[in-house]
Design a protein around this ligand. Structure first.
Ligand code: ADP
Length: 398
């Protein structure tokens, strides 16, 4: 079974075509600048050279048409005809409280996804455009929606509520939803496989550390707590997002600097995090380079980032009573030995200890813990596309 996985942003479309018999990537690519001058598609069929095609693409439908043409192209394509695509899996950011699992897309599901726009005004609309484009171009192909929030729907109420007036939850759905669910689910399942034990008996803490970053407590295969909240702004310090701050600070700055709603939003989402703190960059490679040269603010940003991850790990171990595996994933988690070392440093007290030599690995699956401890530490490159394709296959086969 070949499955096409689609991830639509406001002006971008990422895709992968997977052969699910062997779970192999047949082709993948990225469409950029949809609706903007200079639209292009970068397409790679496995085993062939990457091609870049520049052509005006006024909307997501045109972009998807280009993707399908690239996939069936005689020279650089991967399949002979569109009939070889048996199902499409769509990444959808927000499923609110309506979706605790992936679902086959029908009219009712579309209505429910639209109702979640209020909760994710930047993310759900492009996801919907992607689904609608697919519906028009491949009307007979079954489609599945896989939600970033679904995995966290198992979080108990005492963990997902905010201590605010209860009516705000009833009126607006204000609560923790959590994000990166597909990634936390994939790496926790993979950790159980690597341990050769049923996930039902394991307590795992997964750290998805990329531009956006979140930690998740996975007990018996279910998310029981995560660091992102009502929006992806809560929790860890991130590339440009503040993560946790005293809410009173925001009120104080608004008053002192006379900031509007949009300006505060921009400050917290785009100008804060390690970028705001260091004044240098949101990219950890730049920060590590500058810190090595003695830049104090770069070092401060790195230390603060790592301390927060460490605090969340400690809190989640306390919540679950025990930890069997700690997993690092995403750009920073997979590629920065220094960040992993800072995070684990001092966690021996909860039975977490890195082996410094094993920790030098970058970008590939590996076990990193010292022989002296029983808690496994893993690097597991995340693979959200594969997870989406697996869930799509399972539902379509049913
Ligand atoms: P997202 O998908 O959220 O945009 P990624 O998971 O791709 O982010 O992570 C991107 C981040 O990973 C970069 O901003 C960079 O800080 C970090 N990163 C990538 N490679 C390295 C590396 N070799 N060392 C340290 N950090 C790295």
């Amino acid at each position: 079974m070949n499955i096409l996985v689609i991830n639509c942003g406001s002006s971008s479309l990422k895709y992968q075509l997977l052969d699910m018999k062997k779970e192999q990537v047949l082709a993948k690519g990225l469409v950029e600048r949809i609706g903007i001058e200079g639209s292009r598609i970068k397409h790679t069929t496995t085993g062939k050279d990457q091609v870049t095609i520049e052509e005006p693409m006024k909307d997501h439908k045109k972009a998807l048409e280009m993707v399908l043409n690239a996939l069936v192209n005689l020279e650089y394509g991967a399949i002979k005809s569109m009939d070889e695509i048996e199902a499409v899996g769509h990444r959808v950011v927000h499923g609110g409280e309506k979706f605790a699992n992936s679902v086959i897309i029908d009219d009712e599901v579309m209505k429910a996804i639209r109702e979640c726009i209020e909760l994710a005004p930047l993310h759900n609309p492009p996801n919907i455009m992607g689904i609608e484009a697919c519906k028009e171009l491949m009307p007979n192909t079954p489609m599945v929606a896989v939600f970033d929030t679904a995995f966290h729907q198992t979080i108990p109420k005492a963990n997902y509520m905010y201590p605010l007036p209860y009516e705000l939850y009833e009126k607006y759905g204000i609560r923790k939803y959590g994000f990166h669910g597909t990634s936390h689910k994939y790496v926790s399942q993979r950790a159980a496989e690597l341990l050769g034990r049923p996930i039902e008996e394991l307590n795992i803490v997964t750290c998805h550390l990329g531009n956006g970053a979140s930690v998740c407590a996975v007990q018996g295969g279910k998310s029981v707590e995560t660091s992102m909240g009502f929006t992806p702004l809560e929790g860890l310090a991130m590339g440009t997002r503040s993560g946790d701050v005293d809410p009173a600070v925001i009120l104080f700055i608004m008053e002192k600097e006379g900031l509007s709603f949009d300006e505060v939003n921009e400050l917290l989402n785009k100008k804060s995090g390690v970028l705001g703190l260091s004044g240098i960059s949101s990219d950890f490679r730049d920060l590590e380079e500058e810190a090595a040269k003695g830049n104090e603010r770069a070092l401060l940003a790195l230390q603060l980032f790592c301390n927060r991850v460490k605090k969340y790990i400690g809190a989640y171990v306390a919540l679950m009573c025990r930890i069997d595996a700690l997993v690092f994933t995403a750009g920073i988690g997979e590629n920065s030995p220094a960040v992993r070392e800072h995070i684990c440093n001092g966690l021996e007290c909860i039975n977490i200890k890195l082996d410094n030599e094993l920790n030098q690995v970058r970008g590939k699956e590996a076990r990193l813990n010292s022989d002296l401890t029983s808690t496994a530490i893993f690097v597991i490159p995340t693979n959200e596309e594969l997870m989406i394709a697996r869930e799509t296959k399972e539902l379509v086969e049913k």
